[in-house]
Design a protein around this ligand. Structure first.
Ligand SMILES: Nc1ncnc2c1ncn2[C@@H]1O[C@H](COP(=O)(O)OP(=O)(O)O)[C@@H](O)[C@H]1O
Ligand SMILES: [Mg+2]
Length: 284
C-alpha cells in the first residue's frame, strides 16, 4: 500500500505539490491524470526517493519514504524519461547492466524480453530500435527485478495505438500478479481504460478522485441519452426529472414504428470533468 499525507514541494517560490493526500491499495492500477506541468513527474520523483519534499509524509509498503534504503528502492520498478538507455549497447546488454545491480540472472533477462516482445531484438543495438521498441525496453528494465511497486511516468506518451495497447496488456498482467501500479498520464482514454482509481491533478492540487466511470457519472448533470434511428438520424434526449416522461414516449413511438436503431447514455468523459473543475483542457 502507498499512503501520501499532505505532501508539499516547492521549487523556489513555486509550489509544485500542494497538500497531496492519497491512498493506493495493493493490486490496483492507480493513475495520476493531469495536464503538462501539473506536478505528476515531481510526485513520482518524491515517492521513489529521488527528490526530497518540504512537508507531509508518505509511506510505501510500510516504509517512510524519507528513510528509504538501497534495498527498499530495489523493490521499486521505475520507468521515466530521464532514466536513459545506453544507445550503443544491445537490448540484452542494457538489461545486463541493471541485472548486475539487482542481482538478477540471465534467465530473467530472457523472460522479461519475451514479456515485452523484444526477444528477436535481444542482440540489437538500442540506437537501431524504433521509438515503441525503446519504450518497451525501458518497461522491461522496470519489470526486471519483479518489483512490488511499479512507477510508470507517462508510459505510452507519443506512442502509436498498437504499441500503447501492448504496453497496457503487459501492465495489466503485472497487476494480476499482485504488483501495485502507479502511473501518470495526460491521456484520458488511457486513464479510463487502464486505471482502477484516479486522481485528477491540476497545478499541484488534487481536484477530484475516484474510479473513472463513477467520476464521470458524478458530473452527469445533463443526463442525456443519444438515440439513433434506422435512417441514421441522431437525436439527443433529456433524462432528467422534467423530461424523462416525454423521452419515454418518444422512444416508445420509435419502437412502435420500428425505426429505432440504438440508444446510449451520454455521460461526460474525463476531459469534460477536468474542464468543468479547472477550466482547462488535459491535452493542448
Ligand atoms: N527541478 C525543477 N526545478 C524547478 N522547477 C521544476 C523542476 N521540476 C519541475 N519543475 C516545475 O514544476 C512543475 C511541475 O512539473 P512536473 O512535475 O514535471 O509536471 P508534469 O510531470 O505533470 O508535467 C512545472 O511547472 C515545472 O516547470
Ligand atoms: Mg511529467
Amino acid at each position: 500500500m502507498i499512503s501520501v499525507m499532505d505532501v508539499s514541494k516547492s521549487f523556489g517560490s513555486k509550489k509544485v505539490l500542494d497538500g497531496i493526500s492519497m491512498t493506493i491499495e495493493d493490486g490496483e492500477i492507480f493513475g495520476l491524470l493531469g495536464p503538462s506541468g501539473a506536478g505528476k513527474t515531481t510526485l513520482i520523483r518524491v515517492l521513489t526517493g529521488q527528490l526530497m519534499f518540504d512537508g507531509g509524509a508518505a509511506m510505501v509498503n510500510g516504509k517512510d519514504i524519507r528513510k528509504l534504503t538501497g534495498a527498499d528502492k530495489k523493490k521499486f520498478g521505475v520507468m521515466m524519461d530521464d532514466f536513459g538507455l545506453y544507445e550503443r549497447l544491445t537490448c540484452y546488454q542494457n538489461l545486463r547492466v541493471f541485472a548486475d545491480i539487482y542481482g538478477v540472472g540471465d534467465e530473467e533477462i530472457g523472460t522479461v524480453l519475451r514479456e515485452v516482445k523484444l526477444e528477436e531484438a535481444t542482440k540489437k543495438e538500442v540506437k537501431k530500435l524504433s521509438k515503441g521498441m525503446k519504450e518497451r525496453l525501458r518497461l522491461a528494465r522496470a519489470l526486471l527485478a519483479h518489483p512490488q511497486v511499479l512507477f510508470l511516468d507517462e508510459p505510452t506518451s507519443g506512442l502509436d495505438p498498437q504499441t500503447s495497447s501492448e504496453i497496457h496488456e503487459i501492465i495489466k498482467k503485472r497487476k494480476d500478479a499482485g504488483t501495485i501500479i502507479f502511473l501518470t498520464t495526460h491521456n484520458m482514454t488511457e486513464a479510463e481504460k487502464l486505471c482502477d482509481h484516479l486522481v485528477l491533478l491540476n497545478e499541484g492540487k488534487i481536484v477530484e478522485r475516484g474510479a473513472p466511470k463513477e467520476m464521470c457519472l458524478r458530473y452527469d448533470h445533463q443526463k442525456r441519452i443519444e438515440v439513433v434511428t434506422k435512417d441514421g438520424e441522431c437525436i439527443s434526449m433529456g433524462m432528467n426529472k422534467e423530461n424523462y416522461e416525454e423521452t419515454g414516449r418518444r422512444i416508445a413511438d420509435l419502437l412502435r414504428e420500428g425505426t429505432l436503431s440504438t440508444i446510449h447514455s451520454k455521460e461526460p468523459n474525463l476531459e469534460t470533468v477536468f474542464m468543468e473543475l479547472t477550466g482547462r483542457k488535459l491535452e493542448v
